[in-house]
Design a protein around this ligand. Structure first.
Ligand code: F6P
Length: 534
């Protein structure tokens, strides 16, 4: 397998030539009803990726396919699945796809060993352990005290130990209720701002609450602080914290093997924080709140998207095509942002999860060997659910000076199916009418002699759509974006699986906190500390 910096590839040169020579893609001419219905590909679990309103013609598509073949994107994905060390900075395998394995074989039929240990078997063992445990909690067999049940669950974690599980929990809440699933309240505490832990813990019936402490490293300041914050509240309420807290961590963390927790569930360093939603990091809280059959359906959905991402034909591989088009926009059309717009309230925190997933993975300026690179890498990711976003930042998206590619997500049906006809249409119809309208307005625009009312169009748009946001569809959606980010990392020849860029701030914060009235040796740091009262 060859690892080449992107700008040294023939594919890069080919795409650059097309970008320099071709006239800009004419959305008004190119985008027609036929293109809307044909420029799309099956993603998985009934979801479809539509790229009709992307500035991609036959020539660009062929060049992207050639690039994918030349950079061996599918063989690299297969090597990752087979356990090759892809996290080069930390010398680790990358095995989050293996965590979706429900039976002897992984979704892709590959097994991975490390130092004689079958890792698929390890992940499955933990899945079985926490599935049994969570069912015993839900049935009341395990409770806080004889004759009492846990009725609320609260996860304490931050970053990858919070964003994905929180986004998924919100995404499942309405669906589970509408389907008549027995559901329990799930809350999340992440910020070290005391107002977060204080507000959530004081809103919970502590005597019936089980806290799920999640930290892979077991050293994250915010999470350990919030653990002690909550334990103090439990003690003050006359409760034994040991009977109200579980741990999810790695076997090598300082939190592991601690009898002070009701139980502990494990994953390992081969599953990065932002890729850990399908491990016990997301599995425990989702199983407690919605039942482990729901979580397993989510795993099935993720596994089927992982499988679909193996297709070498870019027009039949949604994650690969999405990644390649993103690179076309970022490196050749010079677009620096991507906006994620789910037209689904259930996905209200999904953009925040994708922000970490993408920006922590591909926000890098060195290649996988730590050598500087001189081309653009990961875009800025932001987003909000529609239609709320329309009444906020859409003005800039329609008429601002920068062109920002848009990634819409929509569903034909609502999750709750509790809807009314008002002014001749349901709310769901209004939601999707707005979605169709926005895509058309962004892509085609509308000319006017009045510059203020002129919509230039030409904003590239993709749409992922399906019938309804079910656990399977949600799992597929999650894996789609994980795989998109992975393919882009391969193209940019960087390591998408470490996050050195978050370390410096952690070190400096510690320096201020431990200087004990003295100078930290850094006058600027001290001055900022001083004006903030630290
Ligand atoms: O600060 C970034 C980070 O390292 C993320 O990558 C990670 O998801 C998060 O912190 C939490 O880490 P942990 O699970 O080890 O507490």
């Amino acid at each position: 397998m060859k690892y080449t910096d992107f700008d040294k590839s023939a594919g890069y040169a080919g795409l650059l030539e097309i970008a320099n020579k071709s006239e800009a893609f004419d959305f008004k001419k190119m985008l027609n009803a036929d293109r809307v219905k044909t420029c799309q590909t099956f993603l998985a679990e009934g979801l479809v990726y539509n790229w009709a309103a992307k500035s991609v013609d036959e020539k660009v598509l062929n060049a992207l396919q050639a690039l994918s073949d030349e950079l061996e994107l599918i063989p690299k994905y297969k090597a990752l699945l087979e356990g090759e060390v892809m996290n080069t900075g930390e010398d680790r395998k990358v095995l989050h796809q293996l965590s979706r394995s429900l039976d002897e074989k992984t979704a892709t039929g590959i097994s991975v060993e490390n130092e004689g240990r079958d890792l698929g078997a390890f992940y499955r063992k933990e899945l079985i352990r926490f599935s049994e445990f969570t069912e015993r909690v839900r049935s009341g067999e395990i409770g806080p005290a004889p004759g009492r049940r846990f009725t609320c669950f609260a996860q304490i974690g931050i970053g990858g130990s919070d964003l994905g599980p929180r986004a998924l929990s919100l995404a499942l809440e309405n669906w589970a209720a509408a389907e008549g699933k027995i559901t329990y309240r799930a809350e999340f505490i992440s910020n070290v701002d005391p107002d977060d832990a204080s507000k959530i813990s004081s809103s919970l019936p502590l005597e019936e609450t089980l806290f799920v402490l999640v930290s892979k490293s077991g050293t994250t300041q915010e999470t350990l602080t919030n653990e002690l914050f909550v334990k103090e509240k439990l003690k003050n309420a006359g409760l034994d914290p040991g009977k109200h807290m579980l741990a999810v961590t790695s076997e090598t963390s300082p939190l592991a093997n601690n009898p002070g927790y009701l139980d502990s569930f494990y994953f390992d360093d081969f599953i990065g924080g932002r890729y850990s939603s399908t491990s016990p990091v997301g599995g425990v809280i989702l199983s407690l709140a919605y039942g482990n059959d729901v979580f397993k359906d989510l795993l099935i959905g993720a596994a089927s998207a992982d499988k679909a991402a193996l297709n070498p034909d870019i027009t039949k591989n949604a994650a690969l095509l999405d990644a390649l088009i993103g690179v076309w926009e970022r490196n050749f059309l010079k677009m620096g942002c991507t906006c994620i717009l789910p037209y689904s309230q259930a996905l209200s925190r999904f953009p925040a999860h994708l922000q970490q997933l993408d920006m922590e993975s591909n926000g890098k300026r060195v290649n996988r060997d730590g050598k500087p690179i001189s081309y653009s890498t990961g875009p800025v990711i932001f987003g909000e659910p529609g239609t709320n976003g329309q009444h906020s930042f859409f003005q800039l998206l329609h008429q601002g000076t920068d062109i920002i590619p848009l990634q819409f997500i929509g569903f034909k049906q609502s999750q709750r199916k509790d809807d009314s006809v008002i002014d001749g249409s349901t709310s769901q119809a209004k939601l999707n009418a707005n979605l169709a309208a926005q895509i058309t307005a962004f892509a085609i625009g509308q000319g006017s002699d009045n510059g203020n009312k002129d919509f230039p169009g030409g904003r590239p748009v993709s749409l992922i759509y399906g019938d309804r946001l079910t656990p399977q569809a949600l799992g597929a959606l999650l894996a789609h974006f994980e795989n998109k980010v992975m393919f882009q990392g391969f193209i940019w020849n960087l390591n998408s699986f470490d996050q050195e860029g978050v370390q410096l701030g952690k070190v400096l914060a510690k320096k201020i906190l431990t200087k004990a009235g003295k100078s930290s040796g850094d006058p600027v740091l001290d001055a900022y500390g001083e004006i903030l009262g630290v």
